[in-house]
Design a protein around this ligand. Sequence first.
Ligand code: NCD
Ligand code: ZN
Length: 482
Amino acid sequence: MSDIHQIPADLVIHGGKVVTPETVLEASIAVRDGRIVAVGAADAMPAARETFDASGLHVLPGAIDVHVHFRDPGYTHKEDFESGTASAAFGGVTTVFDMPNTIPTVADGPALKAKHAIASAKAHVDYGLYAVLGEDTIEKVPELVEAGIVGFKCYMGNTFGRIPSPSTGAMLEAFEVVAPTGKRISLHAETNSIMERRQQRLVESGRRDPLAHLASRPAVVAVEAVARAAILAEWTGARIHILHISSAAELRPLAEAKARGVDITGETCPHYLMLGEDDYARCRGVIRVNPPVREKENQEPLWAALLDGTIDMIATDHAPHTPEEKTRADIWSVDCGFPGVESQMPLMLSEVAAGRYSISDYVRWSAANPAKVWGLYPRKGVIQAGADADFAFVDLDRAWTLHDADLHSRSKISPWDGRAVTGLPLHTMVRGRFVVKDRVLVAETRGFGRSVHAIQEMPAPQPKHADQTLAAVIALRPEEAA
Ligand code: NCD
Ligand code: ZN
C-alpha cells in the first residue's frame, strides 16, 4: 500500500469533474494539511476525516487574479483587504496580487511591512503584494525584495493615485537594478506625455463627455509604451508583464518582443473583451477606466491573442470606487476603474457556455498561466498532488444575472449590472478550507490568507549588459586605475 493510504486525509472530494489545462476528468481529490495528496479514482483515495460531495460541479483550480486594488491602507471607504478578499472568494478567486497605489504608496520597506500586517490580519484568500518601481524608489529595491513582494509595478502613465511616471532614463536604471533579482516588473503601459497633452487639449476644447476619455488615450499611447518597455527589458534582461492590454494594436509589439525572446507576458481583462465604445452612452462615467474601453473592433483580436498565447492570462484590474466618485457629471473628475474580481469568472465562463473556448482554456488563463508566470507553479494554479488545495466549485450550467447590489466588494457600481451570465462559483476553498460555502462567506477565515512571496520561485535571473549598467560604469574609475 502506498504512503498516501497510511495516513488519513483531512478531506476527500468526490463526484466532481476536475478541470486541468488539458482535460476534464471525473476524479476524487484527497487533501491533507492544505495540500492535494491524491487525484484519482474514488476507490484509490485514502481514508478521510471528512468527505465532500461535488456531484454536478466542476472543480477548477482557484483563479489567480494578478491585478487588484484593495485600497488598504488609505482608501478604505472604497475597499479594504477584508471586503476585497471576500469579493474575490465569491468570484472563485483564491489568490490576488494587490497593487501599491495605496496611502502611503508601497515604495519602501516600512510601507510594505505595514501593508503585510493589514493583509495578514484581514485576508480571506492568499495574496501577493506589489511595490512601486519609480524614479525615487530605485534604491529601495533591495529592502522591498527583502520585505516580501511578488513583483514590482511601474506606472508609465498617470492613473488613479497619481503616482508620477518615471522617465525612460529612470526606467532603464530601475530595470538594471531589478533584473538581477529575478522579480517581474508589471507595467501600466500608457505613455504619460502623449495622453497628458491630449487630455489638456480636450479639456481646453470644452469636451467633458464620457467618450472624451477614450479620445485622450488612443491605442498608440499603449503601443508606444509596450514597445519602449520591451526594448528596455530586452536590453537589461528584466522580466516584464504588460497589465490590462486593451487594444489590438499593442499586440504587435508584444508578439514581436516574445519572438525576440524577451521575457514579457501580458494580461487582458473582461471589460476589454466584452465592452466597447457603444457602452459609454449607457454607462457614462462608470465605464471610465485606464486604459479605456475601446472600439469594438479590438475585441476579436484580443480573444484571438488569448487563444494563441500572445496574451497569457486574464486579470481584472479590480478598481473599486464609490457611486459618488463614479457618477460626477464632468468625465475628467470621475475616478477611473470599477470592481471586477468577483464577476470575472462568471463572465468568462459564459463564453465557455457559448462555445467560444473550452473550460480547460479558461483555467489555463485564469490559474495555470498566472501561476507559471509568477513562480507559483505547480504549488498553485493546478489540481494535482503536491499543489495547494485551492478550488472553485462551479455550476457551469447555472444561468443568473450580475447585480451590482449583490457584489461583496464595498464598491457596488460597475458596467456589468444587469448582465446575464452562465456559470456560478458555488463554493471556494483555499488551502483545504472553505472560504465560501453555498454562497455564504465563512467569516472565521478572515486572516487565513497568506502572502505567496514565501513560496514564489522565479527562474534564475538573466541580467544582460551588466557591464554597462549605471552602477557598473560608476564603479569603474579609469583615472584611479591608471
Ligand atoms: C486603477 C485604480 O483605480 O487604482 N484604475 C484604473 O482605471 N485602472 C489604477 C490602474 O490600474 O491603472
Ligand atoms: Zn493600471
